[in-house]
Write a protein that binds this ligand. Structure first.
Ligand SMILES: Nc1ncnc2c1ncn2[C@@H]1O[C@H](COP(=O)(O)OP(=O)(O)OP(=O)(O)O)[C@@H](O)[C@H]1O
Length: 312
């Protein structure tokens, strides 16, 4: 069973500015995706979970322990962390780095050698054991960072944008790796600003934009975000159609659908009026349909607006 992570009324302020505010969740098992645009507070929150940042208010507990209390040291060997930036010493080799880290975790030198090689195998770098890290590609350096998080028995894995810098094959492989460790019982917390990267693997999602916008299961997020249907119109003059509809009080905007600019109108409650407004302005309509926004689009709208939306 993985570590439980519990945040209550958690906030972090740097000077007058909040990095994140009023974060509340209890996460017991599975994969938690922490989502939010740049500057939403994801990295700061993950560091708070690891005890690297002291919260300004509220409480964070990992397996019932405050990460900034002395008792947390006992849990550290069972926690893996992949920081966001691939900051690794360039002069050393993956094997020396990983063996050293394994020794620091208490493994004997023989065990450390085995652990280091196993971890490098997992990220496809067994053949680069002796290559100076400075000679590895950016993606490979990131994979060294992923490997170090997997040395030892992990109950909690915290990964800050682990996919950034990886090619599609390794995005897929790291995703599968996370799925496997979660299935084996570890609690996984992974951040990204791209919903698509997490939507297939996350069991739960926390959406931040400084304030917590949402916490719940991925199904709840889907239901919550794509609740309102909208009208999609293919028209001869999309920009003018948007202007006309906005003047008529509708929330209309253009979107790109397969290379074609179409008009979307939020809320499909008065389609007759939408059509009559456009026809009155002689705007030719070639297609009309009602659809639900994709999860990605709805998410982008949420973090783009983010004004007092609740949820969870
Ligand atoms: N040590 C610090 N001192 C002052 N402000 C900080 C510090 N660390 C983070 N911040 C601020 O806190 C806010 C949240 O930053 P954070 O890096 O946690 O966001 P993020 O969601 O991880 O962003 P990104 O997606 O760009 O990595 C930002 O406004 C940032 O400038």
């Amino acid at each position: 069973m993985g570590f439980e992570v519990n945040a209550s009324a958690l906030s972090k302020r740097f000077g007058q500015r909040y990095a994140y505010r009023n974060v509340e969740f209890t996460f017991t098992s599975g994969i938690l995706g922490v989502l939010g645009p740049n500057g939403a507070g994801k990295t700061t929150l993950l560091k708070t979970i690891l005890g690297l940042v002291k919260p300004s208010a509220g409480e964070i507990l990992v397996e019932g322990v405050n990460p900034r209390s002395p008792g947390f040291e006992k849990l550290l060997p069972r926690i893996g962390y992949v920081p966001e930036l691939p900051v690794v010493p360039l002069w050393t080799t993956p094997c020396i780095l990983l063996e050293t880290l394994a020794r620091l975790e208490g493994y004997t030198s023989v065990e450390a050698r085995v652990r280091a090689r196993e971890a490098l195998e997992v990220v496809g770098l067994a053949g680069e054991c002796e290559t100076p890290i400075g000679k590895l590609s950016k993606g490979a350096r990131k994979r060294v960072l992923v490997a170090q998080a997997f040395i030892g028995e992990r109950e909690l894995l915290v990964l800050d944008e682990p996919y950034s810098g990886l090619d599609p094959e390794w995005v897929y492989r790291v995703r599968e790796l996370l799925r496997t460790v979660a299935r084996e019982g570890a609690t996984v917390i992974v951040s990204s600003h791209i919903l698509r990267e997490l939507e297939d693997i996350a069991t739960h999602v926390l959406v931040l934009k400084t304030d917590q916008l949402f916490y719940g299961s991925i199904e709840e997020l889907r239901a919550w975000l794509s609740g309102t249907p909208r009208i999609i119109l293919s028209v001869a003059e999309p920009e003018r159609a948007v202007e006309v509809l906005r003047r008529g009080g509708f929330n209309a905007y253009t979107i790109n659908k397969g290379g074609q600019l179409v008009v979307a109108v939020e809320g499909a409650d008065d389609p007759a009026r939408v059509l009559s407004l456009l026809l009155a302005e002689n705007i030719e309509i070639s297609e009309y349909r009602v659809e639900k926004a994709s999860l990605e689009e709805a998410y982008l709208k949420l973090v783009g607006a983010g004004d007092g939306l609740g949820g969870g």
